[in-house]
Design a protein around this ligand. Structure first.
Ligand SMILES: [Zn+2]
Length: 244
């Protein structure tokens, strides 16, 4: 699965700004973190439209993703209200004629973010605020969305952005995986730790065996040999490891 992340603005395009804080910096920092997290996932390739403070044209951002054959395109931005402090929360934009699948994917990513940062869910929106479509949504050939992560001219939204930065990045990465019916496997997870308590014990082996035969809901952290499925071999491997 190829995921293309587009950090909004950059270079001469500052985006919105507030008290010295620039949208172009927030979007790049967040996109780099999301890339790092998604990069830990098996079978997932990630590319960014920019990795430094540059401003590729909208056409360039789209053509990079189109040529690469990305499966999903997510542009990351921060919102701004006309009057500082008057609006708060997250929203996501899809092309005006978006099909149900594209809208669904956007809603999953947005829900994952809102659950984590506890800011208002402002919904999946069609088109663009004052014109037909955002160029990144109309110029891409795959499902795409433009995510507005809080308002840059809202003190609370900025505080949440900074304090929960890693969790927000993780929520977006998880949301992207979930939107494609894939589970995000925590990179810190101990391989084989089926019950997720941070250590390998006989209990994990038993749980993995139950998962292998379908008596328990599969959790891919039990996939100790990392072959993409849970089998009795994983259970045996966990048992061996837990004895050490
Ligand atoms: Zn923007």
């Amino acid at each position: 699965m190829k995921i293309f992340i587009d950090p909004g603005h950059g270079g001469s395009s500052v985006g919105a700004s507030y008290k010295g804080r620039k949208e172009q910096d927030d979007t790049l920092r967040l996109a780099l973190k999301v890339k790092e997290l998604l990069g830990t996932q098996k079978g997932v390739e990630v590319r960014l439209s920019r990795e430094t403070d540059t401003n590729p044209s909208i056409t360039k951002r789209c053509s990079q993703a189109n040529k690469w054959g990305a499966n999903y395109f997510l542009s990351i931005h921060r919102n701004a209200a006309n009057k500082a402090g008057s609006a708060s929360g997250n929203e996501i934009w899809v092309v005006r004629k978006a099909n149900e699948k594209t809208q669904y994917k956007a809603s999953v990513i947005l829900a994952s973010l809102c659950k984590t940062d506890s800011l208002k869910n402002r919904g999946v929106k069609l088109g663009a605020p004052s014109y037909d479509n955002f160029g990144v949504n109309s110029g891409t050939t795959m499902a795409s969305a433009l995510l507005e992560v809080g308002f840059i001219n809202n003190e609370k939204d900025n505080r949440v952005f900074d304090e929960k930065f890693d969790e927000i990045a993780l929520a977006i990465a998880k949301g992207i995986m979930e939107a494609h019916s894939k589970e995000f496997v925590s990179p810190e997870a101990v391989r084989g730790d089926a019950d997720g308590d941070g250590k390998l014990t006989e209990k994990d082996a038993l749980l993995a065996l139950k998962m292998a035969v379908g008596h328990e809901k599969k959790d891919m952290s039990a996939d100790v040999n990392n072959d993409g499925k849970i089998t009795p071999e994983d259970a045996a491997e966990i048992l061996k490891k837990s004895a050490k």
